[in-house]
Ligand binder design. Structure first.
Ligand code: GCU
Length: 414
């Protein structure tokens, strides 16, 4: 790591948390703001005014001028840009295992190896594709950026509904509604909090001699997002699934990755953020719950190094996270929060979705019209920007999954 960044990091450093959980973070950090009355005044960067000060008034101007500007700002200043590979990458797909009797014959499970090779090295992902049996194919898909290792078969059946909840994935719910489920493992290409050029996907992208990403180059979340796009490339070759109806979903760190994946790659038809919080759906400028400083202190490699420069300077960021959601427009986006998940700033997640709705309206869609957050348990599913906050904390519950599926039923079905 360059010396000036290690110095900066040291200056920011607090003793590390043992687990990533909000409650512990809250207990540890007495300076974290949770009180709505203590949110600083802020002005969000305008969605519909270009860098040159021109007002955007048409869908064409959004797509041709403003959207690319915002995308480039997120790439270069927040998540980091994927560099050109050092030499062309050859990708191969191999279905290494097929089980047509998965879950008592409800679905077919395919374990698919995706291999990347170039002159610099090789890396691979193992994705799991579960396709419901007995329904007309190709079927729509939910892809999850997953914390669970796809190489582990440590599936635990839900005690009340055998075979329903597996590995945190309510597979039965998906099959009953005619969706395929695809799991992409977050640590196939990059470690949880490390961008090391001698490991994972990075050797294929960087000329030997470079040992650390440049300030604008990909952090962990950008690398995970790249993997999601490559999994979608595979789905394009699989006749069982409809590549034009693929939703991308993730929780927490993976919710951040899911939004960034969908923002960049317009082939994803729908995006779901579950409690993505800081660097996900929540607004930076509110500095409520987890802040940029907290994030880069604990997880310095999730974002690109340019993002470090905005620690405690959030008002200087030319973007805020409502703009990330707006990059997904006009495709449906759903944001889910938890009342007690205050580390992820539920109010900031809602406001982001509310403000992004301006772009959805410009593009002839509907979004959230009220600045007030809805009461807990009142899911907004009708329009292209969906939202719910439910009682409880940092997790994905059956209630959440069912709302995501309701939202997908409404927007992906036909
Ligand atoms: C930590 C981190 C969050 C993240 C979460 C998770 O709490 O601060 O930003 O969302 O871990 O991924 O579970």
């Amino acid at each position: 790591m360059p010396r000036r960044f290690s110095a900066m990091l040291l200056a920011l450093l607090v003793p590390p948390l043992t687990t990533a959980h909000a409650r512990e973070a809250k207990e540890y950090d007495s300076d974290v703001v949770y009180d709505e009355n203590k949110i600083p005044h802020y002005d969000l960067p305008p969605l519909l005014v270009t860098a040159e000060g021109e007002q955007i008034t048409t869908p064409e101007a959004w797509h041709q001028v403003r959207r690319p500007q915002i995308l480039s700002l997120f790439s270069n200043l927040v998540y980091g840009r994927v560099p050109q590979p050092a030499s062309p990458i050859r990708t191969t797909y191999e279905v290494v295992n097929t089980d047509e009797e998965f879950m008592q014959g409800k679905a077919t499970r395919k374990d698919v190896r995706i291999r990347f090779r170039n002159e610099q090295g090789e890396a691979e992902m193992l994705i799991l594709v579960f396709v419901p049996n007995g329904v007309e194919r190709p079927v729509p898909v939910f892809m999850k950026h997953s914390f669970n290792n796809t190489r582990s078969d440590d599936f635990t059946a839900h005690p009340d509904r055998p075979g329903y909840i597996r590995n945190g994935w309510p597979l039965g719910e998906f099959f009953d509604r005619g969706y395929a489920f695809v799991a992409v493992y977050q640590q196939d290409l990059v470690r949880h909090n490390e961008v090391s050029f001698d490991r994972g996907i990075h050797p294929l992208f960087h000329p030997s001699g470079q040992s650390f990403p440049k300030a604008h180059e990909w952090g962990v979340l950008s690398t995970v997002a790249w993997g999601g796009m490559r999994a979608l490339d595979y789905l394009g070759t699989d006749d069982d699934v409809d590549e034009a109806r693929v939703a991308i979903m993730g929780h927490s760190k993976m919710g951040k990755a899911a939004l960034w994946t969908a923002a960049q790659d317009q082939r994803f038809a729908l995006a779901v953020s579950a409690q993505s919080g800081c660097a996900g759906a929540a607004l930076w400028r509110r500095r409520s719950g987890e802040t940029l400083e907290k994030m880069v202190t604990r997880f310095p490699y999730w974002l690109c190094r340019n993002a470090w420069k905005f620690v405690n300077q959030e008002d200087d960021l030319p973007v805020d996270q409502h703009m990330l959601l707006a990059l997904i427009a006009p495709r449906p986006v759903y944001v889910a929060s938890g009342v007690e998940d205050t580390w992820a700033d539920p109010r900031g997640e809602y406001l982001s979705a509310y403000h992004a709705s301006e772009v959805y309206r410009l593009l002839g869609k509907q979004g959230l019209n009220s600045e007030e957050s809805p009461p807990a348990g009142d899911a907004q599913l009708e329009d292209e920007v969906g939202y719910h906050v439910r009682e409880g904390g940092h997790s994905v519950e059956l209630y959440d999954w069912q709302r995501f599926l309701d939202f997908a039923d409404r927007h992906l079905r036909d």
